[in-house]
Design a protein around this ligand. Structure first.
Ligand SMILES: [Cu+2]
Length: 458
């Protein structure tokens, strides 16, 4: 007698019902269903044996170009040549070269730059005219040559435009990579309709539960070579250089500490100390390509979209021997769906963008406090109150960062500068940093100002 003959009929019914329930749950939202056979992202069996013969490298196509098309090209551009990186013929990680010169810079002899906010714009996908194409829109400015990044002034103008084309659930392959001619010219062959968005195609890479976590705010940025800050985000700073320590008499009103930088980051060059040299476009790659380093402020329960452009050199060897020009961005420790989380090999090329949609939900969104009745689970509502959200308040997070996650190059690209800070605001922040107006009928105010630019001990 086989085992299943002994299973009572009631159990069959329970099994059948639970299967239907699970099935219904999976299909309740289109984002959770499985990609069909003809979908480019359809799942294949896990492969645990040796890889089949003739399989292209994971990075095939990503490292073409350069003078010789080999790693020798990146070595040639490196300041520290291979022989200078070796000790007695042994390659000593990381460089075994001499320590970096300090150019006479001493500790605590400069003012530290404050983070510069990306700033966010409202995105209302229900808005009446939102689908209307702008009358004029400048495309992503192309670089002068394959070894360059776009002109900074043009790039700033480009980034200040409203988001277009609109973000979509599926990766955008209607529009083409605007740098197609420059890329073709460099690699010496035609590309077959290279898409504008680098997010892989198909249901498997579409934004999960897009209708439920539609982005309400967005910002646009480009990872690009180091350049002088053009003040693109001055008006995006929430303090507007008018309040607190950023206000007229505040410690940070002047961003650099020398004349000409009152209430602006315009003119700030990418360098670590006034004595040190300004970093070149091939030595540092940052968000916007500028200093100060960037900060993103988000609120729980407010899904946000980052349209991330890759404005790095087309020539993979134009990196001074360090870092790779393909990008994949990871929001470190966020509760984000895989397609927006710097997933292995979901990377994008120069000229392309990638829409990262971060739902900014509490862990346990679907299983704990689902009716959002717990006052501790929430976010500032912008009016001094709390907007309650589902999920587990004990999982509330605050200080994050996001960074490049390119397979095999994460360390290099992070060290190269492709990092940004991120603050999560929650119900635990109470929406205000002010102390209670009165404590026991007594108002106590202290005013402490530490002047970092003046030594306390002479
Ligand atoms: Cu990380």
């Amino acid at each position: 007698m086989k085992t299943h003959d002994r299973i009572p009929a009631a159990l069959y019914i329970i099994l059948a019902l639970s299967f239907i329930a699970i099935h219904a749950y999976v299909h309740a939202d289109d984002g959770s269903s499985f990609p069909a056979e003809d979908d480019p992202s359809h799942y294949t069996e896990w492969l645990t044996d040796d890889l089949p013969e003739g399989l292209p490298d994971a990075h095939a196509g990503a490292l073409e170009g350069g003078n010789t098309g080999t790693v020798g090209d990146t070595e040639a551009g490196n300041v520290l040549q291979p022989q200078g990186q070796r000790d007695d013929g042994i390659f000593n990680v990381p460089t075994n070269g001499p320590p970096s010169p300090l150019f006479g810079a001493e500790a605590f002899t400069q003012k530290m730059l404050r983070f510069e906010e990306f700033g966010r714009k409202r995105l209302n996908m229900q808005e009446k005219n939102i689908r209307q194409a702008p009358l004029y829109r400048m495309p992503l400015p192309p670089p002068m040559n394959a070894q360059s990044s776009p002109n900074g002034f043009l790039l700033d103008y480009f980034l200040s435009q409203r988001i277009w084309p609109l973000p979509t659930k599926f990766a955008n392959d209607n529009d083409l990579n605007p740098w197609q001619p420059q890329i073709e010219g460099f690699i010496g062959r035609q590309l077959e309709a290279p898409p504008a968005e680098g997010r892989p195609p198909g249901l498997g890479w579409s934004h999960q539960r897009w209708d439920e976590f539609t982005p309400e705010v967005y910002f646009q940025t480009a990872t690009t070579g180091a350049r002088t800050n053009g003040g693109l985000r001055d008006r995006k700073q929430r303090h507007k250089y008018k309040s607190g320590e950023f206000g007229r008499r505040g410690l940070y009103h002047n961003t650099v500490g020398t004349p000409g930088f009152a209430g602006t980051t315009s003119g700030i060059k990418v360098r670590f100390h006034p004595n040190m040299p300004v970093q070149g476009k091939d030595t540092l790659w940052t968000f916007d390509g500028t200093f100060p380093p960037k900060l993103l402020n988000v609120r729980y329960g407010e899904p946000i979209l980052m349209r991330h452009y890759n404005a790095l050199p087309i020539d993979v060897a134009a990196n001074r021997g360090f870092g790779v020009h393909t990008l994949s961005t990871h929001e470190h420790n966020g509760h984000n769906p895989a397609e927006s989380d710097g997933y292995t090999n979901a990377f994008f090329f120069p000229g392309q963008f990638y829409d990262y949609r971060w739902p900014i939900t509490l862990a346990g969104h679907d299983s704990i406090n689902t009716d959002a009745s717990d006052r501790r689970s929430g976010a500032p509502d912008g009016r001094g109150g709390i907007k309650q959200i589902p999920g587990d308040w004990r999982e509330t997070m605050s200080t994050h960062w996001f960074h490049d996650h390119m397979l095999d190059f994460t360390a290099q690209n992070v060290y190269k500068g492709d990092v940004a800070m991120m603050n999560y605001y929650s119900a635990l922040d109470r929406g205000t940093q002010q102390p209670p107006a009165k404590a026991g009928g007594l108002v106590i105010r202290t005013k402490v100002r530490i002047r970092a630019d003046r030594p306390v001990i002479a």
